[in-house]
Ligand binder design. Structure first.
Ligand SMILES: [Zn+2]
Length: 118
């Protein structure tokens, strides 16, 4: 499963970020952006996370996934609208002269740590 490798890389990234920031606190929340056209299934991502997080730096953390849509912009009529699936034609005028923007990102937006109570 593709998503396992993604989550593995994600956990490594969190580990590195914490190290760089000199943080030792517990991770309570991860915020991810997974574009609707990224081909990554957020349900599988959660499943992989459940599988891999025990014993890692993100054990017990909640994973929040936002799914930003892509935008289809038409070069002919100037129409622009968010899309959930890859489009081949402008939804407004039917022209094939379109640009698909965004929606493919797979990024770790932020890491929330348990507040230090020292
Ligand atoms: Zn158009």
């Amino acid at each position: 499963m593709h998503e396992l490798a993604i989550v593995e890389a994600l956990i490594e990234q969190v580990d590195r970020e914490l190290h760089r920031a000199g943080q030792t606190g517990r991770v309570v929340e991860l915020n991810l952006a997974v574009g609707r056209l990224s081909g990554v299934h957020s349900g599988s991502l959660r499943f992989a996370f459940e599988l891999l997080s025990p014993g890692s730096v993100v054990e017990g953390a909640a994973m929040n996934i936002s799914e930003p849509p892509a935008t289809c912009r038409c070069r002919d009529c100037g129409h622009s609208e968010p899309i959930d699936e890859l489009a081949a034609q402008c939804p407004s005028c039917g022209s094939g002269n379109i640009v698909i923007e965004g929606g493919r990102e797979l990024t770790l937006d932020s890491i929330e740590l348990e507040p230090n109570e020292s």
